[in-house]
Design a binder for this molecule. Structure first.
Ligand code: UDP
Length: 418
């Protein structure tokens, strides 16, 4: 079936149509690609998320805001929250939005297949500008992390004189091109944000060295850990039936998708995985394949034929948490997984040249191996043979305690209501 065509010739992918109906079911007030003007008589806190990790890390804030919004008495309703889903990852998003019980109040449609970063920025700028024009009552805009849509949402908020709160502020590598383009995005957001919600003491120190005013930095811990702990308390039924067959078996969990890994680095990582899987035949190497076609081509091309490598679709969050908890070893180029693994006390081989989560290295769960296959094989073997064991610096992970969203919302409400 051809995807529907919206007025103006804009082609909409089927996944977006599913999201459209999901939001419309939710009673969405702005379930069109170009929102219409609305008058907001109350102060409105805007929350933006567009990718899988943003949803995971913003969900606890959206839920906390909505719970407090509901607790306002009918006579004293002074503010409201509005969650806008930008759609940067719309294919992956719906199960995550549902799982975390965070139906968007509105959504944009910033993705178009094959578009360049510049085109994404330009499309997002046009839609976010229109979005802000409709919201004269906006009193704060929360963006998370370092994605292109987080940066564009922050810039649009700045254009419309809406103060910006940056969730997960202060993460840095020493190289502006790694991760690409996220390192640039987060540095730029720091320049225009009013409130910087730093997840760790190290992130706070980074912001101070960049001359960010100390009173605008709030040490909150990481909201991703709020989600991890929340998910750990929910009942679990695997969405991917294959997982049930792996219970009790040796498991190595692998993810690799970063833009800077695509090409030769990813091929080197793949060759190391094949060697490891052949040597450790009693272990299953589970690898959820990222939707990026360039990543999928390399991974499926190089790894599909090894018996104990299980390639899956991207896992839904509860399945992924299940796999992290059972994994003996995690191999990844992801950022958020390094934080989650530290909380779960799992060893992680980080297949990147740099990490902005150096706390996990100091803590003793992350090991930076780059894309050198020999280094990856040596370190993985050490863990899989039991030769190397984790030696943690303390019992408590540096990333979070499950109360980050509460701290952010406390701070935000104190400021906008004062
Ligand atoms: N994740 C997931 N399913 C997967 C792979 C990852 O739910 O198949 C979750 C994971 O638990 C983590 C987040 O997605 O919270 C990491 O996403 P990603 O690696 O895309 O982004 P990054 O953290 O590097 O920004």
């Amino acid at each position: 079936m051809d995807p529907p065509v919206f007025a103006g010739g804009l082609r909409i992918a089927p996944e977006f149509v599913r999201l459209f109906f999901y939001c419309a079911d939710a009673g969405s007030r702005d379930s069109s690609a170009t929102p219409t003007r609305q008058s907001f008589c109350m102060k409105t806190i805007l929350v933006f998320a567009g990718t899988r990790p943003e949803i995971i890390k913003m969900a606890p804030i959206v839920r906390e805001l909505r719970a407090r919004q509901r607790s306002q008495t009918a006579r004293k309703k002074t503010w409201s929250a509005h969650f806008c889903f930008s759609g940067q990852h719309y294919e992956l998003a719906v199960p995550f939005l549902k799982y975390f019980d965070t139906k968007p109040d509105s959504h944009l449609n910033v993705m178009e297949s094959g578009q360049s970063l510049g085109q994404l920025r330009s499309r997002a700028t046009a839609q976010l500008d229109a979005f802000f024009k409709c919201r004269p009552g906006a009193c704060a805009a929360l963006v998370q992390g370092d994605t292109t849509t987080a940066f564009v949402a922050a810039l649009s908020a700045f254009d419309h004189k809406v103060p910006i709160g940056h969730v997960e502020a202060g993460l840095r590598t020493s190289d502006i091109t790694e991760p690409f383009p996220e390192e640039l995005n987060r540095r730029l957001i720091t320049r225009i944000a009013k409130w910087h919600y730093a997840p760790t003491e190290r992130a706070r120190q980074v912001l101070l060295t960049e001359k960010v005013a100390p009173e605008s930095i709030i040490l909150t811990r990481n909201t991703g850990i709020d989600s991890l702990l929340w998910a750990s308390n929910q009942s679990y039924e695997p969405a991917l039936k294959d997982l049930a067959t792996l219970d009790g078996k040796r498991l190595v969990l692998v993810t690799a998708h970063r833009r800077e890994s695509i090409g030769a680095p990813l091929k080197r990582i793949a060759s190391a995985l094949v060697k490891l899987a052949r040597e450790f035949r009693d272990a299953t190497f589970i690898l959820p394949v990222h939707k990026n076609p360039q990543v999928a081509r390399i991974i499926r091309g190089d790894l599909a034929r090894t018996r104990n490598i299980l390639l899956t679709e991207p896992l839904e969050y509860p399945d992924f948490v299940w796999a992290m908890k059972r994994a003996e070893l995690i191999i990844t180029d992801s950022g958020g997984i390094q934080e989650e693994a530290a909380s779960l006390k799992k060893p992680v081989l980080v297949v990147r040249n740099e990490t902005e989560r150096t706390e996990a290295i100091d803590y003793g769960t992350s090991f930076l191996v780059g894309s050198d296959p020999n280094r990856l094989i040596i370190m993985a073997k050490e863990f899989l043979t039991g030769q190397r064991k984790l030696a943690l610096k303390s019992a408590v992970s540096p990333f979070g305690d499950g109360a980050a969203a509460r701290r952010i919302v406390d701070h935000l409400l104190a400021h906008i209501l004062s």
